[in-house]
Design a protein around this ligand. Sequence first.
Ligand SMILES: C[S@@+](CC[C@H](N)C(=O)[O-])C[C@H]1O[C@@H](n2cnc3c(N)ncnc32)[C@H](O)[C@@H]1O
Length: 395
Amino acid sequence: MDEPHDFSLGDELEPHLSEVARAHGYPAPSDTARLGPMLAKLSEVYNTTDGKEAANLLPVRLAFSFPRDVPKGHAAVRELVATGALLPRADRPLRLLDVGAGLGAMTFGIVRALSRAAVTQGLASFAVDATWMDTDRAAMELGLELVRRALPDAATGPRVSVKLEKGTAAAAARTKGPFDVIVCGQVMSEMDAETAPAERIAHHATWLVDLSRLLSPEGSLVIVEPALASRTRHLHAVRDAVLAGKKLGVFAPCLHQQACPALASAHDWCHEDLPTDLPPFLVPLARSAGLRWQGLTFSYLILRKDGRTLREASARPLRVTSSLLRTKGKTELFLCGEHADGIGRGKARLLDRERTAPNAAFAEAERGDLLSFEPALASGGRLGTEMNVECTRYR
Ligand SMILES: C[S@@+](CC[C@H](N)C(=O)[O-])C[C@H]1O[C@@H](n2cnc3c(N)ncnc32)[C@H](O)[C@@H]1O
């Protein structure tokens, strides 16, 4: 299996966050007493409303949400970058549009992913021209200060220039393109909350198709959403509506282009839960607000118009969509994708007494891994002792 590496931040952003906070008279990330209640409020705002009130909680968005969300942007594009479908360029700046940018956590995460790729490619430096669009100019301006302080300069790493545009996500489709990547991070959840569900799905699918007109021919449209069931199921439904229009295809996470199997049951949703913890300097703050610091949860969708897919690049037909389910005598996993008997989602099973070297990768798999079986596995199938299992983990 490919060697995994982590998305976790260390404490490297902490001094920059503290400096920007100090410049604005906000509490520093270490000021748990003042930030804890604000964080509890922010969490409630995001979990129970359309999030509009978050505009009044900028200090805690700076201290907590921003560093928590940078790894989401990084992890969401990991497969694009690992398969060469999104790479830093030596010949010109990469053009990025960040819709609902807030403080720019998605841009930071994508730049982080590209920086790692640049090291592998032996690129000494590269440039990113980012356009941020949000209705909240104050949030974007705070993020711009972070870009200036935290992102390396031309001599040592990426040159990132950012243009701010105050405007609605709906109006983003009228921006001047083209872009190599458009990212919409946790903004769809905040849009049109008062619209009836079916109408909202159709409306958001049209919005994404309109945005995709700004993509270069090989560009990617990356949508990141909270892992909450209702938000993620909305994303699944929007995905299906976009695919029905046949203008865009899914690059990831899905390994097929058919209707989302998770929507067949009212209780399923497909999301990430990566073993990436909060940076150590945020743990006391998370604890004080009763939030967890272990694991990185989000859902994502990557759309392209050139037909390029992760399925083709990875040669693995099935994605692990659950954690390992170990019970007495067996290990089970939910898998989604192309089974021997067709496309779908099913619970595959390996009996402990049938564990062998060829099928060992099954019992070590994690949510998000890509698997292939030789011979092909039927949906809900049981692995035999002779079955060969191969795994790819993009981290
Ligand atoms: C939860 S924050 C996410 C920020 C950042 N993209 C991230 O993922 O960390 C959502 C952002 O979307 C913005 N937003 C919400 N509705 C919007 C709309 N209709 N048009 C533009 N921006 C919007 C908010 O102002 C806020 O900055």
